[in-house]
Design a protein around this ligand. Structure first.
Ligand SMILES: Cc1ncc(COP(=O)(O)O)c(C=O)c1O
Length: 343
């Protein structure tokens, strides 16, 4: 039995999801004639009380289009040093939008309103123009941490006072909503644009959505075209997204419970120096300096367990809908009964 905890993106569509995909009413989405894409977009726009939404092939593209919407070349974006847009989007911010990132030294991927205030460049011709603040919730490199919504509100006030846009990379916003009992409406109320992924914890094979007001989003569709993101009969994929929203959101709490369980067991291992607090479905832990990370990973692989390295002797496990109860029991067994300290 292969236990794949590398990411929540490794899930495969369930039989019922595939069935829903086969039933999709499709058309050419470039002519905006795909009924299922239109349905998904209007549903998600409504969820966030935004005027418009657009379906994307990836979270990266949705974020990159958002950066382009809010900035001009030479501008600066304020984000955390752990931000996905900075670390894991192949330098797209500079490649696509010609912007630099002012990286804040946050806590587990999260910063505060004062840090934002201090990071805004003064208005002088020799500074780059600060035009956007970007927040990630939950934080990926920060170990699935959830933001304090009160802090987000304070950051919004700073944005309003300084005429800055506010974008949310909500690839795993669903996890935060379930864990903190928050709503899409409260996020829609604060952010100018929000990207959400359907292909992570929610189990769709493909798809992200960007929401915003009409003016921004009419530009977003043009930029999506420039980035090569137009799709044709994408309704088959949108149907998976609709199914995921119908059936796969509340169950995320099960992934969180399992991740917390793994975190607890990891704290008991001699080879583990520290486990970061587990809030949602991501577990990041650090091995003691003398432990060889590759040997640790190989040892897990011998038991058909796959996880990934985050660098600096830190490793990551991510729980998801294809990580079954049986696999979870087996993981407890493997972690508790393997002699890792020989490595
Ligand atoms: C926080 C965050 N944002 C954006 C993305 C990009 O999503 P995609 O892989 O669909 O491009 C990811 C992917 O893991 C992510 O973790």
């Amino acid at each position: 039995m292969l236990i794949d905890l590398r990411s929540d993106t490794v899930t495969k569509p369930s039989k019922d999801m595939l069935e829903a995909m086969m039933q999709a009413h499709v058309g050419d989405d470039v002519f905006r004639e795909d009924e299922t894409v239109n349905e998904l977009e209007s549903r998600v726009a409504k969820m966030f009380n935004k005027e418009s939404a657009l379906f994307f092939p990836s979270g990266t593209m949705a974020n990159q289009v958002a950066l382009k919407l809010h900035t001009n070349p030479g501008d600066q974006v304020i984000c955390d040093k752990y931000a996905h847009i900075f670390n894991y989007e192949s330098g797209g911010a500079s490649f696509n939008s010609g912007v630099s990132c002012n990286l804040l030294d946050g806590e587990r991927g999260m910063f505060n309103a004062n840090q934002v205030k201090e990071a805004i460049n003064p208005e002088a011709y020799y500074y780059s123009k600060t035009s956007l603040v970007e927040i990630e919730n939950t934080t990926n490199k920060g170990g699935g941490a959830c933001w304090d919504f009160n802090e987000i509100r304070k950051i919004k006030t700073v944005c309003n006072e300084n005429n800055l846009g506010l974008h949310l990379d909500g690839a795993r916003l669903w996890n935060a909503l379930v864990e903190k009992n928050e709503t899409t409406l409260q996020y829609g109320d604060v952010f100018d644009t929000i990207s959400v992924c359907l292909s992570k914890g929610l189990g769709s094979p493909v798809g992200s959505i960007l929401v915003g007001n009409k003016d921004l989003m009419s530009e977003a569709i043009r930029i999506r075209k420039i980035f090569g993101g137009n799709m044709r009969q994408a309704g088959y994929l949108a149907a998976a997204g609709l199914y995921a929203l119908d059936f796969n959101v509340p169950r995320l709490s099960d992934d969180h419970k399992k991740a917390k369980g793994l975190g607890m067991v990891l704290t008991t291992l001699d080879v583990v120096k520290r486990v970061e607090p587990v809030e949602t479905n991501i577990v990041i832990f650090e091995l003691h300096d003398q432990v060889n990370e590759q040997l640790f990973l190989n040892k897990l692989k011998e038991h058909h367990v796959h996880i990934i390295s985050m660098g600096s002797n830190k490793l990551r496990m991510v729980t998801h809908m294809d990580y079954t109860n049986l696999m979870h029991e087996k993981m407890y067994d493997i972690l508790k009964n393997t002699t890792f300290n020989a490595i």
